[in-house]
Design a binder for this molecule. Structure first.
Ligand code: PEP
Ligand code: MG
Length: 752
């Protein structure tokens, strides 16, 4: 059953034309369940009806012609109840609606199942039979499982269809909806980067010139065969002859008599070379996957491996032809720091990440760079983006594909307005960081990408409130040496003489992976991350601390911050190692070292409840609202599916932050906030109202936050706080804050 189910869903996902996908779907289901009729109806919300889109069993002439209102008939009822309805005598049911055009009078049994994606009913899947019987549990669970899996495939199907019908030269306009990752608007051309060529990234496309596609394919096969010859030669002394035989098999498979012929046929039918390869490789690989014999099943892997190599060679030729556009919108499955380094800063105008969410590190990097980003837009296969002109609206989380000129002009106007607002904020950058009534704030920057990218002059900041050391680690292909780290940290510390620079020890894991130190976990955000990893690898931790201490010589502005602390024992152990590193450096250089201040990130809820003990052990703490929100609400900050639930303005998070501020004040324990909330207009006002006065943010936000804080009185924030803390949802909190900003005539001057 499972194999059948998977095959049906894959067939639908693969077929670029929605109508054919649905026609194939109903026939496959009918055969799999050995029933007499299967149909699919899709919802049209504008017209408020379900339309019959495909059937195998009812009158086919009714396809595309029969619409059933949302509150009509059994189909409407399945949609309303949002659950399966299983009836032996459907025609006797009071909700049954006679629709002569579909000719269903011979069927009695009816099982209808809603297709629901993200709480929205997309359609209804039905099976019917002449016999008066209730469909059994196996049949019902098959249909329910299938409908659940189909939902996301169908949700993306229309966009895929539009994509497959357009050739790159054709103008195809459309809007894609993702999540706002970093505010701002940009117009540019998509430039796709991918870690490895992957069949999932290939959208099926037709081509006009089969001859050209064939030549393209033959060339890739020729290069692949030459690669195999080289590999076989290199391995011949090391592998037994039967293992080497795999290369002969690959050669044969690529020959005209085998996979090669099928691919040629697909190209002759009008598919481009990549699509033809994908269709054939996936078809054969799946046939092997479903075989009972373990040896034969493994051959599916060989076919995929072979296909992957040919695909790499096909794409290599294409990629070589692609020039970096003037205005780059970097598009990738998961934008990484290394990818950002591949595009010159002055050409990079926006980021689109197919995966990830609002507080993924890719989004944080975009905010640090001050460029718009949209996250979690996975409707289009990766390679289809290549070369498309795009408008990226990082405020709304929208992307406009190949927009017409009039729309571009409208967005260009918004870009100019943004620039004017920015100029307004920057005009006050040198003024004191204080409220309208004179209450002082310490505004620091979050850093780590590359110090030369920071947009705010260090003179106008209170220092670095969070230096994320992991980025330099991620950009390399091995752990940086002590000397490399010293040079790096020294540069940062030198940029801020006489101001604190809070360097966080390595915080990898979660959504920050080191390319050379793979961590594969089921639950990475709850796993081996931050301090947990470095305490298990004291050699990494000690080298980093030694490098920090040496970089700090004669500057003495280093503060050390420990990430992901959830337990006091981790603090003790970290302090022990810091002392050890300090002793070693002191011994090596024969000098007395100054003791840097040590702090702890408050980002795991457990540590909020151990603040008195923590205050005895370390000098300061810094609140990481990004992770604190994730762990308090149990919402993965990186998962677009639950992005709607992730909100640092959730009343529970705000109450925890308030409690923390009060407790820290009572303990006289210095506290600052370095999570993204501190760089948000409403967020910083609420934090200030709670009593926080030290904030660290992306430098692109600093001027705006200073400008805003200079326009509020502490007394009005004090009145605002209890009203907000009494709200019942993040939405209510945001609305309340909007009203406050509006009343003060600030809202229109703060787009984000
Ligand atoms: C945080 O969690 O709020 C934080 C500042 O750290 P990061 O975003 O790097 O996890
Ligand atoms: Mg964190």
């Amino acid at each position: 059953m499972l194999g059948q189910l998977r095959r049906i869903v894959q067939d639908v996902a693969q077929e670029p034309v929605l109508q054919s996908a649905l026609a194939g779907l109903v026939t496959s289901i009918k055969q799999a369940l050995v029933t007499e009729c299967c149909s699919v109806y899709l919802a049209n919300y504008e017209q408020q009806h379900f339309m019959l889109m495909a059937t195998d069993g009812l009158n086919r002439d009714a396809i595309g012609n029969i619409a059933i209102g949302f509150s009509e008939g059994l189909i409407g009822w399945v949609g309303q109840r949002e659950e399966p309805i299983n009836l032996a005598k459907a025609h006797l049911h009071p909700r049954f609606k006679v629709t002569p055009e579909v000719s269903e009078d011979r069927f009695s049994a009816f099982l209808g199942c809603p297709i629901i994606h993200h709480r929205k009913v997309l359609g209804v899947l039905t099976i019917q039979q002449a016999a008066e019987r209730v469909f059994n549990e196996d049949e019902e669970s098959f249909l329910v499982t299938l409908a659940a899996q189909l939902a996301s495939v169908l949700a993306n199907a229309e966009m895929r269809q539009a994509a497959s019908e357009s050739s790159p030269s054709q103008i195809q306009t459309g809007q894609l909806k993702g999540l706002p990752g970093s505010p701002g608007i940009a117009i540019g051309q998509a430039y796709v980067l991918q870690p490895a060529n992957d069949f999932n990234a290939i959208s099926l496309k037709r081509a006009d010139d089969p001859e050209k596609e064939l030549a393209h394919f033959y060339r890739a096969v020729k290069i692949t065969k030459a690669e195999f010859n080289r590999l076989a030669e290199r391995m011949s002394g090391h592998l037994p002859p039967d293992a080497l035989a795999i290369f002969d098999v690959y050669h044969q498979l690529l020959d005209a008599a085998s996979l090669g012929r099928e691919i040629e046929q697909q190209i002759a039918q009008g598919w481009c070379a990549k699509s033809a390869l994908k269709r054939v490789v996936e078809k054969f690989a799946r046939q092997f996957d479903d075989m009972d014999d373990a040896y034969l099943r493994e051959r599916g892997t060989d076919i995929r491996d072979l296909g992957q190599r040919v695909l790499n060679n096909l794409l290599d030729t294409e990629q070589r032809k692609i020039k970096l556009p003037q205005q780059v919108v970097l598009v990738a499955e998961n934008v990484t720091a290394t990818m950002l380094a591949e595009v010159p800063r002055e050409q990079l105008v926006a980021i689109v990440s197919l995966k990830g969410s609002v507080n993924s590190h890719a989004a944080i990097m975009a905010r640090a760079l001050g460029i718009p980003a949209v996250m979690g837009v996975n409707e289009l296969p990766l390679l289809h983006w290549q070369g498309q002109r795009l408008i990226v609206d990082g405020y709304q989380g929208h992307i406009l594909l190949s927009p017409v000129e009039a729309i571009c002009q409208e967005y260009q106007r918004l870009i100019s307005e943004d620039a004017e607002l920015n100029a307004r904020y920057l005009a006050e950058i040198a003024k004191p960081s204080q409220s309208a009534c004179g209450s002082a704030f310490n505004l620091m920057v979050n850093s780590g990408l590359a110090i030369e990218l920071e947009t705010t002059n260090p003179e106008y900041t209170g220092g670095v409130g969070l230096y994320r050391t992991e980025f330099p680690f991620i950009m390399r292909s091995r752990f940086p040496t002590e000397q490399e780290q010293i040079e790096l940290y020294r540069k940062v510390l030198e940029c801020y003489p006489d101001k604190p620079v809070i360097m966080r020890t390595l915080d990898v894991g979660g959504d920050k992976a080191l390319p050379y130190f793979s961590i594969i976990e089921e639950n990475p955000f709850l796993g081996w991350r931050g301090i947990r990893l470095t305490l298990d690898h004291p050699e990494i931790f000690l080298v980093q601390i030694r490098a920090m201490l040496k970089a700090n010589l004669a500057l003495n502005n280093l503060h050390i911050l420990l990430p992901m602390i959830s337990d006091l024992a981790e603090v003790d152990e970290s302090i022990r190692l810091i002392k050890q590193a300090s002793f070693e450096v002191s011994d090596e250089l024969c000098i007395e070292l100054p003791k840097p201040k040590i702090g702890v990130m408050i980002e795991v809820p457990s540590i909020i409840y151990q603040l008195p003990e923590l205050a005895q052990k370390v000098d300061f703490c810094s609140v990481g609202t990004n992770d604190l929100t994730q762990y308090l609400l149990a919402v993965d900050r990186n998962n677009p599916r639950v992005a709607g639930l992730y909100d640092a303005m959730h009343p529970a998070v705000l109450r925890a932050l308030y409690q923390l501020a009060q407790q820290a004040k009572g303990l006289q324990f210095p506290v600052s906030v370095c999570g993204e909330l501190a760089g948000e207009a409403s967020g910083v006002l609420l934090l200030a109202a709670m009593g926080y006065s030290s904030f660290s943010m992306n430098s692109s936000n600093l001027a705006k936050i200073k400008w805003l804080l200079r326009r509020v009185e502490m007394s009005e924030l004090a009145l605002l706080l209890p009203e907000v803390l009494a709200c019942q949802s993040a939405r209510q909190v945001r609305q309340h804050m909007q009203r406050f900003l509006d009343q003060k005539h600030l809202l229109s001057q703060l787009r984000a």
